[in-house]
Design a protein around this ligand. Structure first.
Ligand SMILES: Cc1cc2nc3c(=O)[nH]c(=O)nc-3n(C[C@H](O)[C@H](O)[C@H](O)COP(=O)(O)OP(=O)(O)OC[C@H]3O[C@@H](n4cnc5c(N)ncnc54)[C@H](O)[C@@H]3O)c2cc1C
Length: 389
């Protein structure tokens, strides 16, 4: 037993991270890296991607996570193709990965452990109380105290509720099937389908996992999911003719950041705070980035002895590029969701792959908007609103 152990009771931590998804494992890693005594609790019995997820990521996601694209983690290197309602498609040249998300989470958790984080699986957060600058945390297995709690417990965050947060980022309900024994046209291409007939105010996707297994998903707002899913599957006939071996859904927060996610002694990150790119619904990269930023800020602040909301606002500086991307992508979503199928078809004629990637991810939006100014209808419906700050 070290002197440090003698001074510090074993149930006292600098930082407690709740949730072992992309945001939580990343937060535990970066908090531990600062030297802070860090505990990660995950309610499931294992660190794994048990929530449904398309598992498609950009290559940069692994760079941000500090994880190598090793075999087993990467299922396939894939390009993407986006389909307009009339069937015209645009191939996105930049390739990304279909991954085994469980392995990604476990890799980051391994790094967190190597840096000294304690990880408890099968332990659920129950509630917290803030008292005299400390946070008292009750879980299904015990009670702890900490300087700071990071709530990375997903869309239905219990940490958020305990902090008195009523607001939730607007969700898009999704449904995803894993279809086995089917015949996807290509395993190295993921496909995304737009159109009000197909997926009103959302999109449908087909992400091949192997030559015989495909993830098929749909996100729709303001209408029931199942009939649209059935219709989407029928559209592809024998290509998707197989057996459904996984049938689950989950909300994706696409309404942007909630207004308050930093408190005295607490930060909410990832889906719990609406940190998803609204137009794509992609949240793995932005959640990992939020975890890395929050863990670093919390780790340092706890050791400095200042865990005030004011001190923790440093998170916003570190996460600013993502805050901007989420805001711009949300703006594009709000405009695009009002477009007719005819408008979307015209858009597919005009936009090149780089433009689609940029606008979806909230990057260089002004450049794309200026390009659309040359097309009278799109200028009014899309470009001008995009350029308005
Ligand atoms: C159908 C679907 C498809 C998607 N496809 C993609 C995609 O292809 N690419 C992409 O980038 N994004 C995708 N996303 C979004 C992505 O999955 C999420 O944005 C991302 O996982 C959010 O990470 P997180 O760590 O914030 O939350 P989560 O991944 O939800 O993790 C939260 C963790 O907290 C744990 N937890 C919850 N409550 C407690 C508690 N009380 N105590 C302890 N632990 C708790 C949970 O068990 C879980 O492990 C998809 C989402 C859905 C629903």
């Amino acid at each position: 037993m070290s002197l440090g152990d003698l001074r510090m009771p074993s149930n006292r931590y600098d930082v407690i991270v709740v949730g072992g998804g992309p945001a939580g494992v990343s937060a535990a890693k970066s908090s531990a890296l600062t030297g802070a005594k860090t505990l990660l609790i995950e309610r499931n019995q294992l660190i794994a991607a048990l929530k449904p997820c398309g598992q498609a990521i950009s290559k940069k996601t692994l760079e941000t996570a500090g994880v190598k694209p090793v075999q087993g983690l990467v299922i396939n290197e894939v390009s993407a193709r986006v389909y307009a309602p009339n069937g015209r498609s645009v191939k996105i040249g930049e390739t990304g990965y279909m991954i085994n998300k469980t392995i990604l989470l476990q890799e980051i958790a391994a790094q967190a452990a190597e840096h000294g984080a304690e990880i408890h699986v099968g332990e659920a957060f129950i509630d917290l109380k803030r008292r005299n600058g400390e946070v008292l945390v009750k879980t299904s297995r015990g009670e702890y105290s900490a300087s700071i709690v990071i709530g990375a417990d997903g869309y239905n965050s219990r940490v958020a509720r305990n902090l008195g947060v009523q607001e939730k980022s607007e969700p898009i309900p999704t449904l995803q099937y894993l279809i086995a024994g089917c015949k996807p046209e290509a395993v190295d291409e993921i496909r995304i389908y737009l159109g009000n007939d197909l997926a009103p105010k959302g999109y449908a996707w087909m992400f091949p996992v192997s030559e015989r297994i495909v993830e098929v998903g749909i996100g729709v707002r303001g209408a029931p999911l199942k009939p649209y899913m059935d219709k989407f599957i029928r559209k592809f006939g024998c290509e998707l003719d197989g057996q459904i071996i996984d049938n689950r859904g989950a909300p994706v927060p696409v309404g942007g950041l909630i207004s308050k996610y930093i408190f005295d002694g607490a930060i909410l990150i990832g889906d719990a705070a609406g940190m998803v790119i609204p137009l794509t619904g992609g949240g793995i990269h932005s959640s990992i980035a939020s975890g890395l930023a929050a863990g670093e800020v919390a780790g340092k602040a706890s050791q400095e002895g200042d865990t005030s909301e004011k001190r923790l606002l440093e998170f916003n500086e570190k996460y600013k590029p993502w805050i901007d991307r989420i805001r711009k992508s949300l703006k594009a979503l709000r405009i695009l969701e009002e477009l007719s199928d005819e408008d979307l078809n015209e858009l597919a004629e005009v936009l090149e792959d780089r433009d689609i990637v940029d606008i979806a991810n909230g990057l260089n939006v002004a450049r794309v908007a200026r390009k659309l100014m040359a097309h009278p209808r799109l200028a009014i419906k899309l470009a001008k609103p995009l350029l308005r700050s």
